[in-house]
Design a protein around this ligand. Sequence first.
Ligand code: SF4
Ligand code: F3S
Length: 106
Amino acid sequence: TYVVTESCIKCKYTDCVDVCPVDCFREGPNFLAIDPDECIDCTLCVAECPVEAIYAEDDVPEDQRQFIALNAELSKVWDPIIEKQDPLPDADEWASVTDKFDQLER
Ligand code: SF4
Ligand code: F3S
């Protein structure tokens, strides 16, 4: 499966959503999660994310391994998002912030 990681928080550009052939993105207030039971490993979303938030499960950086379980957990309680929408208002400011896990809203 593929996994959304920290860079997405407070950005939520949603370019990833448009290309997913199985609509497996789920939307929270300021982050998206991929449902691991639906993702078919097509890889298409990886190149779409402007902040490079999406990794194959095996390639998730060591300090972000917690996002594997987090995507699985949150994708079960959040609703599907199937169309691109506007990014969050301060997305461009938050795009370069690397340490923002404490900003995640559930
Ligand atoms: Fe969707 Fe493919 Fe990305 Fe999985 S790898 S979330 S199937 S676009
Ligand atoms: Fe998030 Fe990147 Fe998609 S910022 S919403 S993973 S395009």
